[in-house]
Design a protein around this ligand. Structure first.
Ligand SMILES: [Cu+2]
Length: 738
């Protein structure tokens, strides 16, 4: 297939291509200056690039919204295609995730503390000098780890955020023959393909500075302390042109106290660490099965048995991910590599298909009797992170932050490898598929249109498995777990995962193609078509005894819990900003209108838009305000049940009938959901997960109001500085929040 220029039609004139290249160069200078702190938002307004209402003015040669003088392209953006050098599709093996080592908490020095560790250290002059705390978590009781003594951390996972380097300690968690022949002992280079240049330390920023992306394996009832050290450059301008060195990690969609949620305003600086305490509990632990008597609410022991845990087993979660959530820089930082996955193991979903105890669902994973691991086998349980990327003429990661509709790359990567292949055996595999893109939606089929079984949505095992020949569109941050049975193929056969979702821009999917259309090579979108090749290489050494039972995990029954309150959130463009706080607020074009009152507001993490009462249940309606966009809306903290789409309960498809945490609203669409507020408190978020929309500035803060200590109401807003986090009162509290 000839190399297609996605961003400009193949029919675009040479003049249009030249114009596009010039526009790219012009914008690049501004992107660089903005990301490096050399110009402020006010400067951009003065320069006429933004209006105070947040709309970008149509300046030809600069704005992606401006119509070209050469109107021969309806694709209004301007990056040239990413060169492939000598790399070709399906010529490199797909690396499995790199599993984080799990250590006893005693290895942590200093030991973790309930309140932030405010031991002082000198602050680099580039960060203002003076002295500041070693931990960047906001200090004091309201940001202390909740229930730290009841749920003390048992496992320590340590990581650093740093620039790209060679990985000499890659641990795929499986032998080489389950990792497409990759010898994990070889140095693993920070590149999207062996025939592409290594990414430089300023372009790619990842957990531990290495690829493959990282996997945390955790289990219920075993609290984890994730200590993340910020080792990014102290100079803000050492960023390769985009991304920012202040970071905040969100464990999406952890049921943890807000101090561990990666709040967008709880970011920390180079040379600081942040202790995230992940208790890994079943929701409802303080009200349901509190004495831990239900064996279904359980966690795997190393010896092959079960430990009972409190909480509602219907709330069991399996597939999470973690990523940066820095205010107004999430898209750039995640694109730069700050994303990993997080598998949670339980009695139901333990990752050992040969343990038959009446609780274990025995999903495809691997055999404890072969590996010696009674949980968390990865042989046939495969994490896939899909992301579209773009790179410049030197092969270095490139991004255009002025694509306010959404930024699209033109090269498909799986686990950060450009169009790889994976060797598989003739048996069932589970794939935990994450959309880790900035703005792109995917829609997945197999090249021969044979069936896949969807077993989970957003990490929640469905009430019933769903057989599909095409998955639904998958929005940014959504996770679809599927099972593919390769026993129907013969050895040496190949089959491909195919993307059917064609984009023209970052607004939404332009068109869902048929498999044959997607395979035809006629799409202008180079991320359409085959992106992952499965090579069926052998029979399994042991017979496949894994199962996909029905039912999987029924929904929790909420019928006896009264609905305390209904709220409405409408997602629009043309947002207004009413606060103008230089630290906590940002401007549109995107925003959220709450409860049909007042303006559509751009994000301010100092504004409280909703404050549900602790211990209650509410119904929230998420509305697309129109304009032809789709928005994948994410609500932090609790998994929700989808009650209706466009007012109709029967319009909720079978694969959305479990619990979810991200909903594609679809153009002009509306979703009604229900959720509870329990177990923990503090400030959480709701936002579009098209991360460009999120950053510009479709995000709001809500907090759980418990009418007393330790959560004062309303909570003060943290203002992070290298010399210590201070607090200020909320900029704004919407009249309908409490
Ligand atoms: Cu959006």
């Amino acid at each position: 297939m000839p190399d297609k220029n996605f961003f400009l039609s193949p029919k675009a004139s040479k003049a249009r291509l030249r114009e596009a290249e010039q526009a790219r160069k012009n914008r690049q200078e501004i992107i660089k200056a903005r990301s490096q702190g050399q110009i402020s938002r006010r400067d951009l307004i003065k320069m006429g690039i933004f209006t105070s209402a947040g709309l970008m003015l149509p300046i030809s040669g600069l704005s992606p919204f401006a119509r070209s003088a050469y109107a021969d392209s309806n694709i209004p953006t301007g990056l040239p295609p990413s060169p492939l050098f000598t790399a070709t599709a399906f010529s490199q093996p797909m690396p499995r995730f790199d599993v984080f080592p799990r250590n006893p908490v005693s290895v942590l020095n200093p030991a973790p503390t309930a309140q932030a560790n405010t031991t002082q250290q000198p602050v680099d002059p580039a960060l203002g000098g003076g002295m500041g705390p070693i931990e960047g978590r906001p200090p004091g009781p309201i940001w202390a780890h909740q229930q730290f003594t009841q749920l003390p951390p048992v496992i320590a996972i340590q990581a650093s955020m740093e620039g790209a380097k060679i990985n000499n300690v890659y641990n795929p968690g499986v032998p080489s023959n389950q990792n497409s022949g990759i010898n994990a002992a070889n140095p693993f280079h920070p590149t999207f393909h062996p025939n592409l240049p290594d990414q430089t330390a300023l372009k790619l920023w990842t957990y531990n500075g290495t690829i493959p992306p990282k996997l945390m394996q955790v289990r219920y009832g075993e609290p984890v302390l994730f200590r993340l050290s910020n080792k990014l450059p102290v100079q803000q301008n050492q960023n390769g042109g985009f991304g920012i060195h202040t970071i905040s990690t969100h464990e999406h969609n952890g049921h943890h106290g807000a101090e561990n949620d990666g709040f967008t305003g709880a970011y920390f600086f180079p040379n600081q660490f942040y202790d995230y305490h992940y208790p890994i509990v079943l929701a409802g632990r303080n009200s349901i099965n509190t004495d831990a008597t239900d064996i279904n609410a359980s966690s795997p022991t190393d010896a092959g048995g079960l430990t009972k845990v409190p909480g509602d087993w219907h709330e069991t979660m399996s597939t999470h991910w973690f990523h940066d959530h820095m205010f107004s820089f999430t898209s750039q930082n995640v694109y730069k590599g700050m994303a990993g996955m997080f598998n949670i193991y339980s009695g139901k979903d333990r990752g050992a298909e040969d343990i038959i105890d009446g609780v274990n669902l025995r999903l495809p994973s691997g055999r404890a009797s072969v590996s010696g691991k009674s949980w968390g086998n990865l042989d046939y349980d495969v994490n896939l992170m899909l992301a579209d990327k773009a790179w410049d003429g030197n092969g270095q990661l490139a991004m255009d932050i002025f694509e306010f509709d959404g930024f699209l790359g033109d090269r498909m990567t799986v686990n950060l490898a450009y169009k790889p292949y994976m060797e598989v055996e003739r048996r069932k595999y589970r794939f935990r598929i994450l959309n880790g893109a900035v703005s792109r939606f995917f829609k997945i089929a197999l090249s021969d249109s044979s069936p896949m079984i969807q077993i989970a949505n957003d990490g929640n095992l469905l009430p019933h498995p769903v057989v599909l020949t095409k998955l639904d569109e998958q929005g940014i941050a959504e996770r679809y777990d599927i099972v593919i049975d390769f026993s129907r193929y013969s050895i040496n056969q190949k089959v491909w995962m195919v993307n059917l979702a064609e984009h023209q821009d970052g607004k939404r999917v332009d068109k869902d193609l048929s498999v044959s259309e997607a395979l035809s090579g006629n799409s202008d979108d180079p991320c359409v078509g085959k992106f992952l090749e499965f090579r069926i290489v052998r029979d399994p050494a042991q017979p496949d005894i894994s199962q996909v039972p029905d039912p999987l995990i029924p929904n929790p029954d909420l019928s006896a819990i009264p609905v305390a309150r209904e709220r409405t959130f409408e997602f629009n463009d043309g947002a207004n900003q009413t606060t103008h706080d230089p630290i906590t607020s940002f401007f549109g074009p995107w925003g959220i209108k709450t409860n049909d009152q007042g303006d559509t507001l751009a994000a301010d993490f100092g504004r409280i838009s909703a404050a549900p009462r602790f211990g209650t249940r509410e119904i929230w309606t998420l509305k697309n305000g129109g304009g032809g966009w789709d928005h994948p809306i994410h609500i932090h903290f609790e998994e929700c049940q989808t009650l209706a789409r466009n007012g109709s309960a029967s319009a909720v498809p079978a694969w959305e009938k479990g619990r979810k945490d991200v909903w594609r609203l679809r153009p002009d669409g509306e979703v009604k959901i229900t959720l509870q507020f329990r177990d923990f408190g503090g400030m959480f978020m709701e936002h579009c997960h098209n991360t460009v929309h999120e950053d510009n500035a479709m995000l709001l803060r809500w907090e759980i109001d418990d009418l007393g200590t330790p959560f004062l109401q309303p909570l003060p807003t943290p203002i992070p500085k290298p010399q210590g986090v201070t607090f200020m009162p909320p900029d704004d509290i919407l009249p309908s929040a409490f």
